[in-house]
Design a binder for this molecule. Structure first.
Ligand code: NAI
Length: 565
């Protein structure tokens, strides 16, 4: 029971703590506090806090701890019947109690990442109109044109350091989901916090609603976006320009991550803005860094050099071209000329091998259009080029057939097979197929997770080439150093740093990435590597500390309850 005296004392404590916290943003009281997910602790408010903050009677009387709450949450999540139900219950928790959400997520990251990100996020975006409960982040739509500054002014927090933004045109391998692509920036920013400790209050997910060309969504009564076709051309470019400028005015030097744009826009926007503002495209550059890291780890197993590799990329879009460009960058670091390095990388698109004789190639493919006879299909390309590494980034499920895999295995003692397409059902092959059709010799990684495979008395753990190893650490490094740009050198260093965290034990289990349970430690190492590039190349706007890794780690958000009294 609270005595009047303690109640009076409680209010005195409250006032002093509120004043000490922040005069401009005093702690809300009572129900407002329970409804603010960044402050709410649910039943974990202590007796003194309940007294001081006007919460008496608004919560069940039995007080609990963060650990007990977390144990109950994970049990509830596990009891759900489907992954989408699990996703919904986690998002509901995020909307209720952010600290508890991140506590649970970090504790069970390997288990929950596929729920809050790929593959479940794909289904969540497809069902967004039905599962949408509460808005998170910002929707900036075509109808806000010429008023985007005013719209961004509505965001309550001035200290936003990272924006993940999509226009929903190419969501995972699922195509145009319009405004329902919002699940992607929300999920990616949850990973910034869970994997790299970027403070959630500094993260802003944004969907640019420029319409959709998805007929089904346009006809759907539950579609959340503007029910018109995508704007294109000058109107689109003007809208993006207005957004980028407004975002930088509102949040100076904010890191902008472009996500799931259609490939014609993705390449153009990256090229246009990468030297103007602090911006990168994760589908192009993040994927590249994680794939290069996978390759660098794989060649520790094959005992070959990077420059010994012939890499056939199945797909010639954002992911594949980004990977090829970073491999070229890395090979040039090892002494090759750009021309020589490019000859180690071959691309295939839906029309066949990318070769010099084709006159239908868009700009990003042309540097890889080598002299070669046209080849229409992957099997003939594998036979002709005899790649050491086959990397799928096409969104075409089952493209790595038995014939393709076994032919690659005939040419290589340890064939490198990365099937990156997401979600799981789009993967070019399963882990089981990759091992089975190569007599267990494949060094395999995939975009979405696959379970362990049992082969010849051995359990092989397939690695996941998950961008979440890289982009959160890159973000943390950029934010910590307050870098003004994101450079290709940073992705190269990030890839090397990630590869450096792969242990011999990981490799002997079969995986070319560290366990996801180590991702926070890995992110810190990547962040330090990225920050060092920013310091070295004069892009950082804070002073370089003596111990960059320790300094980066000290900035990582830890989800624990703060005492309000
Ligand atoms: P995109 O749309 O830019 O490119 C797809 C490419 O695949 C195009 O060049 C297209 O011509 C080619 N393609 C499609 N069907 C084909 C076929 N039947 N034969 C040969 N080529 C074909 O898409 P983006 O961004 O490159 O993504 C591709 C896939 O990679 C998606 O499934 C995406 O989820 C996945 N991805 C995986 C990542 C990871 O695992 N870390 C990261 C980024 C993307």
């Amino acid at each position: 029971m609270f005595s009047d005296k303690s109640a009076r004392n409680g209010h005195a404590v409250l006032e002093s703590s509120v004043l000490a916290r922040d005069r401009r943003h005093p702690l809300p009281k009572s129900l407002d506090l329970l409804h603010d997910p960044s402050l709410n602790k649910g039943r974990a408010f202590s007796e003194a806090e309940r007294l001081a903050l006007g919460l008496r009677g608004l919560l069940p009387p039995r007080i609990t701890s963060l650990e007990d709450q977390a144990a109950r949450v994970i049990a509830t999540v596990r009891a759900k019947k489907t992954d989408l139900d699990r996703y919904n219950s986690l998002i509901a928790l995020q909307d209720r109690n952010e600290t508890l959400f991140y506590h649970v997520l970090i504790e069970h990251l390997a288990e929950l990442m596929p729920v809050i990100y790929t593959p479940t996020i794909g289904q969540a975006c497809q069902e967004y109109g039905h599962i949408f409960r509460r808005a998170r982040g910002m929707y900036v739509s075509d109808s806000d044109r010429h008023h985007i500054r005013e719209v961004l002014a509505n965001w309550p927090n001035d200290d936003v350091r990272v924006i993940v933004v999509t226009d929903g045109e190419r969501v995972l391998g699922l195509g145009d989901l319009g405004a329902h692509g919002m699940g992607i920036p929300v999920g990616k920013l949850s990973l910034y916090t869970a994997c790299a400790g970027v403070n959630p209050s500094q993260c802003l997910p944004v969907t640019l609603d420029v319409g959709t060309d998805n007929e089904e969504l346009l006809a759907s009564p539950v579609y959340l976006g503007l029910p018109h076709e995508r704007i294109r051309g000058e109107a689109y470019d003007g809208f993006i320009e207005e957004f980028i400028r407004a975002a930088n005015d509102r949040f100076p030097n904010v890191l902008i991550q472009l996500e799931d744009f259609g490939n014609a826009n993705a390449f153009r926007l990256l090229k246009k803005y990468r030297d103007q503002v602090c911006l990168f495209n994760d589908d192009i550059q993040g994927t590249a860094a994680v794939s290069l890291a996978g390759l660098l780890s794989a060649i520790r197993v094959t005992h070959k050099k990077l420059t010994d590799q012939t890499i056939l990329l199945f797909g010639a879009g954002e992911a594949a071209t980004g990977i090829a460009d970073l491999i070229v960058f890395a090979m040039m670091k090892e002494g090759l000329t750009e021309e020589e390095a490019r000859h180690h990388c071959w691309l295939m698109d839906s029309k066949g091998l990318v070769v010099a004789g084709r006159n239908d190639l868009v700009e990003h493919k042309r540097p890889y259009a080598h002299e070669h006879e046209p080849l229409p299909d992957l099997f003939s390309a594998v036979q002709s080029l005899r790649p050491t590494a086959l990397i799928g980034a096409s969104g075409k499920s089952s493209a790595f057939t038995q014939a393709v895999l076994s032919t690659t295995a005939q040419e290589n003692e340890r064939p490198i097979i990365f099937a990156l397409s997401n979600p799981t059902q789009q993967s070019e092959c399963t882990a089981e197929e990759a091992y089975h059709f190569t007599e267990g010799r494949a060094i395999f990684a995939s975009g979405s997770p696959f379970p362990d495979v049992r082969m010849r008395e051995r359990t092989i753990t397939p690695g996941q080439a998950n961008n979440a190893y890289v982009f959160p650490g890159i973000g943390l490094g950029i934010i910590a150093s307050r870098s003004t740009r994101v450079t290709q050198e940073m992705f190269y260093e990030a890839a090397k740093a990630l590869a450096g965290t792969v242990s011999s034990a990981d490799l002997s289990k079969g995986r070319v990435f560290p366990g996801l349970d180590r991702v926070r430690e890995v992110s810190a190492v990547i962040a330090a590597a990225v920050a060092k590039v920013a310091f070295r190349d004069g892009l950082a706007t804070v002073e370089e500390p003596p111990d960059v890794l320790g300094w980066v780690k000290s900035q990582m958000y830890e989800p624990s309850y703060k005492s309000y009294v």
